[in-house]
Design a protein around this ligand. Structure first.
Ligand code: RVK
Ligand code: MG
Ligand code: MG
Length: 301
């Protein structure tokens, strides 16, 4: 079944809101000072970062071509790159190499020989569940779109963890059912161990504190230290307001924009667009237009 308009807009706008509203709290004092200077549009709206930019690139590339074409997507990622969006250092180098003409297969392993294990593939993967309703196709698309910048197995499994979680939320699985499914989907030990912790907390209806979350799941820029964090926080806040989830993520600190983008996409998918806060952020209308494009695309025979 195709996702509803509420689910599509909820996922994309939830991601962008998490990113834009989380960005001022990301990183240390220097990052925050810089974002204070460059993180607002001329109309006074919060700007989003690389998380939303790469998600828009991914959707716009699929809508333009009619399918996921990794070469087209790699070029789109490269031409959208601007340092002001706060890209990870490795991804920035890869995108510059692609822009200079190197093929993405070589560029993706030019910085780290096994590829990046950052969370940059996971942060953009939730929306693939809106395009690919069948699990096998979703897994293939998640791997293909991740490999362009994040070839490391941990980054790819982090991306799968987020895209498959979105898939299960679209099917309205409960948190316990979702985690039971994910436990059979995820094979990387580092993520599997964290999934076990989340499952114990959810099954026992235990509300973990920010200190416990940071200590046991992480709040960093790697897929390993952020994907399970975002998933747990989203599941723990499914029946609470978006703003409450966001302030919890801010308390956890670290890579706030990306944890909020991933959790925001999951929360928005489960609760729908109408439940999101009505806060204006950069290019709000463009985000809605892309969501409408996805809705038309998902209804095509
Ligand atoms: C602040 C060694 C590796 C590695 C490997 C480390 C922005 C590097 C975005 C690298 C995202 C960092 C976030 C991030 C990440 C990765 N060996 N070290 N194989 N793989 N690292 O550059 O696109 O927020 O220190 O690929 O994943 O919003 O700089 O970036 O939240 O992890 O940065 O990995 O974005 P990158 P990314
Ligand atoms: Mg970012
Ligand atoms: Mg980030």
């Amino acid at each position: 079944m195709s996702p509803s308009s509420e689910q599509i807009k909820g996922c994309l706008l939830g991601l962008a809101l998490g990113d834009a509203l989380g960005a001022p709290y990301e990183g240390g004092i220097l990052e925050r000072l810089l974002w204070k200077m460059i993180g607002t549009t001329t109309e006074g709206h919060p700007k989003w970062t690389d998380d939303t930019q790469m998600t828009l690139d991914l959707l716009e590339s699929i809508l333009e071509v009619g399918e996921l074409n990794p070469t087209h997507l790699a070029n789109k990622f490269a031409s959208s790159y601007r340092w002001r969006r706060g890209y990870g250092a490795g991804t920035a180098k890869i995108l510059k190499r692609i822009k200079a003409g190197e093929c993405f297969q070589i560029a993706a392993k030019a910085i780290y020989p096994n590829g990046s294990y950052g969370n940059g593939a996971a942060m953009r993967s939730s929306v693939l569940a809106l395009i690919y309703p069948h699990k096998k196709a979703l897994i293939d698309a998640t791997k293909t779109s991740s490999m362009i910048t994040h070839a490391h197995p941990l980054a790819i499994e982090g991306a799968l963890l987020i895209s498959l979680s979105t898939h299960y939320l679209l099917q309205q699985l409960s948190p316990t059912q979702l985690l039971a499914q994910l436990n059979t989907d995820i094979h990387q030990t580092a993520l599997g161990k964290r999934l076990e912790i989340i499952t114990q907390w959810v099954v026992a209806s235990y509300e973990a504190t920010p200190t416990e979350i940071v200590h046991l799941l992480g709040n960093g820029v790697t897929a390993e230290s952020s994907c399970c964090t975002a998933l747990y926080i989203a599941l723990a806040h499914l029946h609470h307001p978006f703003e409450q989830m966001l302030s919890f993520i801010i308390q956890c600190g670290g890579d706030v924009d990306t944890i909020a983008a991933m959790a925001g996409a999951l929360w928005g998918t489960a609760n729908g667009f109408s439940k999101l806060p009505t806060v204006m952020i950069e290019d709000y209308q463009r985000l809605l237009n892309v969501a409408e494009g996805v809705e038309r695309f998902s209804k095509l025979p």
